[in-house]
Design a protein. Structure first.
Length: 83
């Protein structure tokens, strides 16, 4: 059992010692994130999340409703900045 942790540390040290040049570059933007490309898409997403928030609020799920309201606010601000 003595060699187990020591071997793990050696593998970890080797992994950390790799130069940054050889490592793959990370993307700064997530291609799967919901970012609308036009004002119409932002308007549609705003209305969609607002409807989802109202529905969740009426069913008594206040946490989900707040989450949807935050998304709606994001798209509202996105619409405002595009104008």
């Amino acid at each position: 059992m003595q060699n187990g942790p020591k071997t793990f540390m050696n593998a970890r040290e080797q992994r950390l010692a790799q130069p940054f040049v050889g490592r793959p570059k990370r993307r700064t933007s997530n291609p799967f994130s919901p970012q609308p490309k036009s004002n119409q898409d932002a308007q549609r997403s705003y209305e969609r999340y607002l409807a989802l928030a109202r529905s969740a609020g009426q069913s008594g799920n206040t946490i989900a409703a707040e989450n949807y309201y935050q998304y709606a606010e994001h798209y509202y601000r996105s619409m405002s900045s595009d104008s």
